[in-house]
Write a protein that binds this ligand. Structure first.
Ligand SMILES: [Zn+2]
Length: 272
């Protein structure tokens, strides 16, 4: 039985509102499949999705998954003013809690965007009542990453727990093999090595589109032409790959948090 936590970032990544709405059906089918494999995990949902798809979110909760917030909107944290972030996050957290009839304890920043330029965020998250965040990619990355952050669970100075993305490899070459596009396109032996050597706190992440080979293609401006092609590679094998890795895992992120004590403090103010 796997100890790797299944997590899903539930977001609407369509280029515009006219594009076909596919992610709700993809999510239901994925969670059916995972339920058959005995998997319960944590689903981080964007606030806008809670607003637009409350029934979908309630169905996810009814399956027993923990629900966390994946931002009020899917905007990288450095692009949001702290006061705006506080207000929008509080409102989205409240709406999610009401939708699933349960307190919301976890936060995941869009695109791992908890970085030195948004180091103000953990304190706000702690004040809003979040127990933990899993928003840091502790390596270098073309989009977002915080190479100086610990690669094991830690506390921010305000007390908020951080469960960073597991990374595999050495130094600046380390990558989050158990997530998203990396997990889809990496060769099987490399993924099996990552699973074998995964740390205790390891979680896997994916998005509904990772499981949707039929999604019409478009070019994502932030990753260019090749990157956009890669975004559609090997989606048809993803459900089996993920299902095999997390088969039988009933560990949610909050369970990792509760078993991770004691935790070192990482204070960005005293790190170069
Ligand atoms: Zn996301």
């Amino acid at each position: 039985m796997s100890a790797i936590v299944f997590t899903l970032d539930l977001e609407d990544h369509r280029p515009n509102d006219d594009a076909e709405l596919r992610f709700p059906a993809i999510t239901d089918a994925l969670l059916d499949d995972l339920e058959a494999r005995g998997v319960i995990g944590t689903v981080f949902v964007v606030g806008d999705v809670v607003k637009d798809q409350p029934d979908l979110v309630a169905r996810v909760a009814a399956r027993g998954h923990e629900l966390g917030l994946h931002g009020a909107t899917h905007t990288p944290l450095p692009d949001v003013a702290p006061a705006t972030f506080r207000e929008a996050t509080a409102e989205a957290m409240d709406r999610l809690a009401q939708t699933v009839q349960s307190p919301v304890q976890g936060f995941r920043a869009p695109i791992f965007s908890l970085v030195p330029g948004s180091a103000w965020a953990p304190e706000i998250l702690g004040e809003l009542g979040f127990t933990y965040s899993s928003s840091v990619l502790p390596t270098r990355n073309p989009l977002f990453g915080w190479a100086a952050a610990p690669n094991r669970p830690f506390r921010w100075p305000c007390g908020l727990v951080e469960i960073p993305s597991p990374v595999f490899g050495v130094g600046p070459l380390a990558v989050p093999l158990l997530g998203g596009v990396y997990l889809r396109v990496a060769p099987g032996p490399l993924i099996r090595w990552a699973v074998r050597t995964a740390p205790d706190h390891a979680w896997l992440y994916a998005h509904p589109y990772d499981f949707d080979p039929g999604e019409p293609r478009w070019r994502l401006p932030e990753v260019g032409r090749l990157g956009s092609r890669v975004m559609w590679w090997r989606r048809s094998g993803m459900a089996d790959r993920v299902g095999t890795i997390v088969a039988g895992s009933e560990r949610r992120m909050i369970d990792v948090v509760e078993s991770a004590e004691p935790l070192p403090v990482f204070d960005p103010a005293v790190v170069p």
